[in-house]
Design a protein around this ligand. Structure first.
Ligand code: NAD
Ligand code: UDP
Length: 348
């Protein structure tokens, strides 16, 4: 089976790529390297070679906004009698603050990029799609756990672009309910790394997110962790989130492919999280105990746009996809740390 994986050299995409290749899929990666390094692909190749695995990978360096490039991928595939069977679409921009400063860029890359892709898929009669949506579309609600029928009310342009894309899926699916097969996966907080330490999360500049910041404090790249608020309405006053091991998340995509293959047509919006909520203090304590270190931290005021609690109801993913996250918070800390210690400066 041939998969087009957009954004395949990014944090999430690289882990999905590795799993797909290990399981015998023929993978075409389209990435502009706007937020990733070509080294990622070398790492994946080296890992698979070392494990004596045969694999089929093709890399296209290009921008999702350039429709000709997408057209060409489908055209070349047909010429080689290796049609693209399914698309996993992750290419896009994901920084909330950047989206507030430069909203049009986010609409351009995320929404227009997706529109281009859907137009080409339609032209070449490829109707199966797995998409990377986000829990950010649920907005400022604290009513947890969050299920898929929760109110959609994004509070920043990044979230708005994900909602617009989901609306596009809705209209497209309803235009012919016998044709399209789409899973829009709403990720919560993907963290950790591949257990080998060959690939992991490598944010550009100072990390915005808790987990990469924490591992950078542990390795000495950051002095201390700022805890954004200890006065939230939670058991210890710090914010609660749903951290899911990146390999569990990647496995959710393989389960989605199986699900789409079993259907004549469908459109499903599905949460992918661990289903558990952990506070910032719980994460610090678990990380310290997993790797045996002390994390210096300082309490700061609340971060704008944060909520007290956000974690997923994952019963739909369990039921539809037959998928359950298997890895513990301890495993997340160990694998995240293993990646950080083996790659103190990421891919650089
Ligand atoms: P990432 O930035 O590591 O990966 C995105 C990839 O897309 C990068 O390799 C980047 O170079 C590529 N890209 C960006 N613009 C492109 C363009 N115009 N053309 C082609 N490629 C382009 O991010 P990630 O964490 O792997 O996220 C992947 C997807 O999952 C994104 O769509 C993101 O919105 C979504 N998501 C991520 C999270 C998270 O916490 N990481 C949570 C929810 C949803
Ligand atoms: N957080 C923190 N310090 C940081 C980064 C994040 O205390 O340096 C907190 C943040 O306020 C939230 C939780 O950690 O309660 C998770 O934040 P992250 O940005 O990783 O995920 P998101 O809030 O986008 O779900």
């Amino acid at each position: 089976m041939r998969v087009l994986l957009t954004g395949g050299s990014g944090f999430i995409g690289s882990h999905i790529a590795l799993l797909l290749l290990e399981r015998g899929f023929d993978v075409v990666i389209l990435d502009s390297y706007a937020n990733s390094s070509p080294n990622v692909i070398n790492r994946i190749n080296t890992y698979l070679d070392k494990n004596d695995l045969r694999y089929k990978i093709e890399i296209i360096n290009g921008d999702i906004r350039d429709k000709k490039i997408i057209d060409n991928i489908f055209l070349e595939s047909i010429k080689q009698s290796k049609n693209i069977d399914i698309v996993i679409h992750l290419a896009g921009l994901k920084s909330v603050s950047e989206s507030l400063n430069n909203p049009l860029h986010y609409w351009d890359v995320n929404v227009l990029g997706t529109l281009n892709l859907l137009l080409t898929m339609k032209e070449y009669e490829c109707y199966s799609l797995v998409f990377s949506s986000s829990a950010t579309i649920y907005g400022l609600s604290d009513s947890v756990p969050i299920s898929e029928d929760h109110k959609i009310s994004p509070i920043n342009p990044y979230g708005e672009t994900k909602v617009a894309i989901e609306k596009m899926f809705f209209d497209l699916y309803n235009s012919n309910t016998n044709l399209w097969k789409i899973c829009s996966l709403r990720y919560f907080n993907p963290v950790g790394a591949h257990p080998s330490g060959v690939i992991g999360e490598d944010p550009v500049g100072t990390p915005n997110n808790l987990f990469p910041f924490l591992t950078q404090v542990a390795i000495g790249r950051q002095k201390l962790l700022n805890v954004f608020g200890d006065d939230w309405d939670t058991k210890d006053g710090s914010g609660i989130r749903d951290y899911i091991h990146i390999i569990d998340l990647a496995e959710g995509h393989l389960a989605s492919i199986d699900y789409l293959n079993s259907k004549e047509s469908c459109l499903e919006f599905i949460n992918l999280g661990s289903g558990n909520g952990y506070s910032v203090f719980q994460i610090i304590t678990q990380f310290e105990s997993s790797i045996g270190c002390q994390i210096p931290f300082s309490i700061q005021s609340r971060r704008e746009g944060d909520v007290a609690k956000c974690y997923a109801d994952i019963s739909k993913a369990k039921k539809l996809l037959g998928w359950t996250p298997k890895r513990t918070l301890d495993q997340i800390c160990l694998d995240g740390w293993n990646w950080q210690i083996k790659n103190p400066n990421g891919y650089r």
